[in-house]
Each structure stands twice: as C-alpha cells, then as structure tokens.
Design a protein around this ligand. Sequence first.
Ligand code: BEZ
Length: 259
Amino acid sequence: MASLFAKATAPRAFGQASRLAMRQPFLRPQNASVSRRGLASHTEQPRLRLGSIAPNFQAQTTHGDLDFHKFIGDSWAVLFSHPADFTPVCTTELGAFAKLKDEFEKRNVKMIGLSANGLESHGKWIQDINEISKTNLQFPIIADAERKVAFLYDMVDQQDLDNIDEKGIAFTIRSVFVIDPSKKIRLTMMYPASTGRNTSEVLRVIDSLQTGDKKGVTTPIDWQVGDDVIVPPSVKTEDAKKKFGSVREVKPYLRYTTI
Ligand code: BEZ
C-alpha cells in the first residue's frame, strides 16, 4: 500500500527537514530521537491558496484505499486533520463531527478525517469515540502514519516541528479544508494541537459559501442562514433590487438584502 503514495499527483511533499530541537516538553514523548525528516521545502509544496485545486492523493483509510478527488466526486468535502489517535482533544472532535453526519449530508458535504497513525489503531480508536460520544462514526479516517498527506497539505505547525512523536516526526495540527465539487479549496482553518475546533463554524462557513455561490451575495460577521446578506460592491443597487426585491442601504458600500 505504501507505493500508492508514489502516485500522488501533486509535487512530492517531502524534502529538506528542519532542525527539530525539542523545546516543548508538553508534547515530547520520552525517548524521542531528533529526526531530520518532515519539513517540505518551499519549492516542492503545492499551493494551498483559496481557489487553488486541492492536491490529489491516494491513501489508506478506514473505508479502504481511496483516491481523494474520486472520493469527493460531485460533492463538497471537509478534510480535517488530527495529531494522533487516542488523544483527548481529537477524541472529542471526531465524536462531534460524527454526530453531525446528517447536517453535512444535507449540504452535500463528505467528511474525511486524517490522523497520524495506522489503520489498526484507527479502528480501535473509533470504537472508543463511538462509546464516549454515543455515536456511530461513518466517514473515513486517513491512516497517515508517515505524515505524507499531512505534509502535502501543510498540516504541520512551524513551531510544532519541535513537537515530535516517538518516531521523530512532527505532530500534525488541526487543519480544516473545505473543498468544492470542482476540487477547489474554498476555506482553510488551522488550529494548534492544544485547541479543539468548532463544528458549528465549519457548517456556518459551508452555508455561507454555498449561499454565495447560488445567490451571488456575501455574508456579514456571525451570519447564520436566514439572516440578511450583503450585496457585493460589484452589483449596482438597481440590479440588486431587480434580483432580490428590496435593498437596505446603510452606506453606499454597505447594502443588505434578504434572500
Ligand atoms: C489531544 O488532546 O488531542 C492531543 C494531545 C497531545 C498531543 C496531540 C493531541
């Protein structure tokens, strides 16, 4: 299976390593050796900008081997990473995402997690997650013990390159990528290993992106479905009135409408 990774269509994500001075005893496993593996060099890393194509990869997952772009198909996808199996914060996060299966499905979004351990470990961990969160986790989790997908997606914190596991490889952080059906990256979020994410915010941003795509509007701070939206500066007020009915102008550059 390891050879599957050689087929990744994005540039190879492994290159020059950083010095891994172990400065953070909080996460430093005992007997960890300092390794020079891990940090992708600047030139080898694909762009992960909003609007760029999410790099494709093949990986082992708890649902079998998959090709990431084929997995996404005509859906949206949320790819989120975790530092390691059987860690407390990650366990709460996966339980929470699992419980929101219907919400993600309603929005035509496939979830896929990533954790830097092997399949056997993932399988046992899922049993724990289901027990603790009283859920039935049904999306795949990528087995990324070698951090290949993690480096491809830059899911490693520069300062946490010091945070290495027992094999001497940097821990992954908590990244979130929202990818649309054309495989474009539409949102990235990066959280440190110490901070659990907010599932409501992931859903809220998906609602905003999908609403914007369908209606040609933007959404203000803390927007939720049903709230007024913003007419973008590129749309004239008279055109917005024709399209949406009424427009409330607070300033010439800040115009709300209801959809
Ligand atoms: C966690 O709680 O998820 C965690 C703890 C230590 C290292 C990485 C993750």
